[in-house]
Design a protein around this ligand. Structure first.
Ligand code: SF4
Length: 301
């Protein structure tokens, strides 16, 4: 069995602002800026702590179980064994951050375990983990695109077929996005595909999102020209972030996602006042504020 790696629920495992460091683009931070520049600022630059949600805890435990599952010999990766991995995965997640016991107080950890087991059982309806060996799990990928555009991300799983074809897999513990949110999922897939292309010089043969709640697979087959275009989109987005970082102009953009935003009390749209702008972080030290694992998007909650 592989040695468990630390898992975390968010950028900041404490209730204190995290050390400031050079921001980088991840799929979630890019989405934040597109959705609401102020939200991006408060998360990525001010690094205001956000309380974990039960959905985020459940998602993190599911990821930990699936990672541990692939640490077992293939023949032992049966559903019953997967279910037995849940308590240890929970303890591991719980050890990474204070305050999680309160989140599972209602019904106790057993209620959470049942939710996790249901999601893990759903996984078996979509893939059989006994039939393949992943190339890597929870791999941190970092690359600077031309023009000093820093991309960061964690890829849940990479599979490489005997013929060399590469597949990138990301688990979602929520439901698949409706047509309104498909673009967001596609954005994330292209982001991963571009990182793989620029770090390995391989266009992934397939990108796969696995939505466990409704047992849906969303797959995408990228091509190099499309990823080149996507790189230009990310470059423009990063330039917009840098411009805002220089001026401190991160306007709030009110929308349907505001109801899930933890920063309403700091948001002028809701009568709040943001803290003084701390300026763009200059030091490239400490944890990078990429927001990985992602705070579950709305459709995951
Ligand atoms: S409440 Fe809405 S407008 Fe305000 S920071 Fe959050 S997402 Fe932006």
């Amino acid at each position: 069995m592989s040695v468990p790696v630390p898992v975390s629920l968010a950028d900041n495992p404490t209730d204190r602002p995290s050390p400031r460091s050079r921001p980088a683009l991840s799929p979630s931070r890019a989405s934040d800026f597109k959705q609401c520049p102020l939200k991006y600022r408060l998360r990525a630059i001010d690094r205001i702590p956000e309380p974990p949600s039960r959905a985020a805890v459940r998602g993190t435990v599911v990821h930990a179980v699936l990672e541990d599952l692939f640490g077992l010999p293939a023949a032992e990766r049966d559903p019953a064994r997967a279910a037995l991995l849940v308590p240890d995965a929970w303890e591991r997640v719980r050890g990474e951050r204070d305050g999680l016991d309160e989140l599972v107080a209602e019904g106790g950890p057993e209620a959470l375990f049942e939710e996790v087991r249901r999601l893990v059982a759903s996984y078996y309806e979509l893939e059989d983990p006994r039939r393949f060996e992943p190339h890597s799990l929870e791999e941190r990928v970092e690359v600077d695109l031309d023009g000093d555009i820093p991309l960061r991300g964690f890829v849940d799983r990479i599979d490489i077929a005997p013929n060399g074809m590469l597949r990138v897999v990301d688990y979602k513990t929520g439901r698949s996005p409706g047509p309104m949110h498909e673009a967001r999922a596609l954005f994330q897939l292209k982001f991963y595909a571009l990182m793989i292309l620029r770090t390995r010089d391989i266009v992934p043969a397939q990108l796969r999102l696995i939505y466990l709640a409704d047992k849906i697979l969303l797959t995408y087959t990228p091509d190099r020209a499309e990823l080149d275009r996507f790189e230009r989109i990310l470059t423009a987005l990063w330039r917009a972030i840098i411009d805002a970082g220089r001026t401190g102009d991160f306007p709030p953009t009110r929308g349907s996602m505001c109801r899930y935003c933890d920063f309403q009390h700091l948001c002028p749209e809701f009568g709040g006042t943001p803290p003084p702008y701390p300026g763009w972080p200059q030091q490239d030290s400490g944890p990078v504020p990429v927001g990985i694992p992602e705070v579950p998007p709305t459709e995951d909650i």
